[in-house]
Ligand binder design. Structure first.
Ligand code: ATP
Ligand code: MG
Length: 677
């Protein structure tokens, strides 16, 4: 195992006060965190269950866990919390349920559910119409921003610049009220609710500050206001924490991340010690110099110097391609030849891109060349409709008040329930202040609905209630879930609904995978209470299982992922595709003038590479069914010329004559003309 350098050691050993490690990419920040966890347990005799480490993505949390378990035997790490902010928040809500506005069986709504709920609320308010889709998008963003800034609905109005936006503040209030009525939380609530509870309840704060003796946070630059306040309440005034970050890698401003939180730490904790790391252990000098040159075009909160002793290394290659097809083919072939030539492993390669759709063509090319690859950060497993449907059933069983789950599955598969019936059911539920599910089996409903519709609705209600009882505390829930889904006729529905045999197979496979994952979560649960179906369902909503499955396979494959998903990771050979204006930087960022965030993303991409970096761009790209001519990304020009190998540019330079030569030629031509006269 490598020795930490003196600065890293200083950061590891410092436990008597708050600490910020501020350093550029690849300087060993995450290494400091994992080594420090081991140090606290082994040398400071701190029990593992009193240590909490948080980060942002499931992948990063798993990676961190893996690194810690390499440093310590498993009995020493029992009870250690290494999780994402959201997982931590969920756990907190579970422990402190009585202090929340929630009941034990609360459900978590994903962004699709939130969208549907907002749509519904707008419809009720007669806001439907052509522009409603756009409005929903805007409403979601504004509500999420308010929540992450810890602004309550009644205060939201005051933050508005445009009085026309009043409607969003009204929607925000309605949305929150409905979430509570559904006994549900959205993703933001997983952070916001614990933070508010901690803010208001001194006793609870003491309890948690006692429980968490040491807190460590990776990728600190991406914390938003709510997360920052949560950290503050958890660590208390003494500030027993280590946070590490790099403001140049802050790439989640659209989720409310505030790199200024770095500066805020110093104000809130005057005793804050700051350690800067300057040696990069990841990349060659050329890669590092290029990354530094690009990020120098941004304004900086903190200046950082980075150096590496890995040698100059290869120049950064820039490859111009004719079009997007050509680009994918070129990258796939490059990887194959490079691997064969140097006898490398597939897993040493990564292809990064700005947007998920860029992977599609590349996947096809890789498959054609029989290159094994894994795709992470693509369409989440849970975004697939078949998974959402089955999760809808499970959610309704977990939480009978979850009206949004009810509405998702009441006609999936078709039960012949028309909109008129559903509207009457909705009204009935409202009048009696009960959930849609409870209304199904309410005796009074018989007077409201025609007998046939009533019969179907009642049967559905009883069906769900029956399985709720069967699943309650059952030690082996998966076979029961499977039986329930089979009984609904859902599988037949998938067969008849699928457009191709391949799609049918994929969907059925996905459903099987969901069952398998539930089973494996049950098998792996350490405590009995973690084995119940409600706990499992809640966990599932937070986990991207597909990603996890691939992680477990852990085979030798080329890595395909977005630049966002690549944060914190490293690979020997990195390709970044689509170095064009409107791709990277992304079109939206050009329009909204948030180029600096895109530049940080580019910086993150470059600094993932250990040994070689290749950038590609296409002269033409398909968009909306048409081939469009593209222009080179501005970031290419920000790379230091001496360190790049860009054949297309060199040629172009030769082709362009210097202005004096042009003028001479012009004069000569004129003279020749005059001479002829
Ligand atoms: P990022 O900003 O990209 O998250 P980071 O600062 O977290 O990067 P790490 O991932 O911890 O950096 O480390 C980068 C690489 O350097 C890893 O491969 C790690 O094992 C290695 N490394 C870290 N510290 C040392 C050291 N003192 N000696 C040798 N190698 C080291
Ligand atoms: Mg890191």
């Amino acid at each position: 195992m490598s020795q930490l350098n003196p600065k890293q050691q200083e950061a590891m050993l410092y436990v008597s006060g708050p600490l910020l490690v501020l350093a550029g990419a690849g300087s060993g920040k995450t290494s400091v965190i994992t080594r420090k966890i081991a140090y606290l347990i082994q040398e400071c005799d701190m029990p593992a269950e009193r240590i909490t480490a948080v980060t942002f993505t499931n992948k990063a949390a798993r990676e961190m866990k893996a690194r810690v378990s390499k440093l310590l035997p498993s009995e020493k790490t029992r009870g250690l919390t290494v999780s994402t902010f959201h997982q931590f928040g969920l756990q907190f809500l579970r422990y402190e349920l009585m202090h929340t506005p929630l009941k034990g069986n609360f459900s978590i709504m994903d962004s699709d559910d939130s969208k549907r709920l907002l749509m519904e609320l707008m419809m009720r308010d007669n806001l439907s119409g052509a522009e409603s889709r756009e409005l929903v998008g805007k409403a979601i963003k504004m509500i999420s921003d308010w929540k992450n800034d810890l602004i309550e609905p009644d205060k939201a109005m005051e933050t508005l610049d445009d009085p026309e936006d009043m409607i969003f503040a009204t929607l925000y209030a309605l949305y929150e009220r409905n979430l509570r009525a559904y006994n549900a939380v959205d993703f933001d609530d997983l952070i916001v609710l614990p933070t508010k509870i901690l803010r208001e309840n001194r006793e609870l704060r003491d309890k948690w500050q006692n429980r968490i003796r040491y807190l460590l946070v990776d990728e600190y630059q991406d914390t938003n206001t709510a997360q920052y306040e949560m950290i503050k309440h958890l660590v208390g005034p003494q500030g027993r924490f280590t946070v590490v970050g790099d403001d140049d890698q802050s790439i989640y401003a659209w989720r409310g991340a505030k790199p200024e939180n770095m500066a805020l730490l110093k104000e809130d904790f005057p005793k804050l010690k700051i350690v800067m790391l300057e040696q990069n252990y990841r990349s060659t000098t050329r890669i590092l110099t290029s990354a530094n040159a690009v990020i120098l075009n941004n304004e900086h909160l903190f200046e950082k110097k980075l150096w590496s002793d890995k040698g100059q290394g290869e120049k950064i290659r820039i490859i111009n391609c004719r079009n997007d097809d050509d680009e994918s083919e070129r990258v796939a072939k490059e990887i194959v030849t490079h691997k064969l030539r140097f006898g490398n492993e597939w897993e040493q390669y990564a292809v990064l891109y700005r947007s998920n759709f860029q992977a599609r063509m590349l996947e096809a090319q890789l498959r054609q060349l029989q290159v094994p690859y894994k795709l992470s950060g693509g369409q989440s497993f849970f975004a697939r409709s078949e998974i959402k449907d089955i999760m809808g059933y499970l959610r309704l069983i977990l939480n009978p008040e979850d009206d949004s789950a009810f509405l998702r599955i009441i006609n999936t598969p078709k039960r012949g329930m028309g909109p008129a019936t559903l509207e009457k059911l909705g009204l009935f539920a409202q009048e009696h202040s009960i959930s849609l599910l409870a209304s199904c089996t309410h005796a009074g409903l018989a007077h409201v609905l025609p007998s046939k519709a009533y019969g179907t609705i009642k049967e559905f209600g009883e069906f769900i209630e029956h399985y709720t009882r069967e699943l309650d505390q059952h030690p082996d829930p998966v076979p029961i879930v499977r039986r329930m889904i089979d009984e609904t006729g859902y599988i037949d529905f998938v067969r008849s609904d699928a457009k191709t045999p391949q799609q049918e197979k994929n969907r059925i496979d996905n459903i099987d995978m969901l069952y398998t994952s539930i089973q494996s979560l049950i098998n792996r649960a350490e405590e009995d209470e973690d084995r119940t179906i409600d706990t499992i369902i809640r966990k599932l909503v937070l986990l991207d299982m597909l990603e996890q499955q691939q992680e477990e396979e852990n085979t030798n494959k080329v890595n395909l992922m977005t630049l966002h998903a690549a944060k914190g990771l490293e690979f020997d050979f990195v390709y970044i595709m689509g170095l064009e204006e409107e791709m990277l930087p992304h079109r939206n960022s050009i329009m909204s003038e948030t180029i600096e965030e895109e530049r940080r993303l580019m910086y993150v991409g470059i600094t993932r590479a250990r040994r070689e970096l290749t950038l590609t761009l296409a002269a033409q790209r398909r968009a909306g069914g048409q081939m469009r001519v593209t222009s080179e990304s501005r970031f290419l020009d920000e790379l230091p010329e001496d360190h790049v190998d860009w054949p297309a540019k060199a040629k172009k330079k030769k082709a362009i004559k210097d202005p004096e030569a042009v003028a001479d030629e012009y004069l000569a031509n004129i003279r020749a003309l005059l001479g002829k006269r």
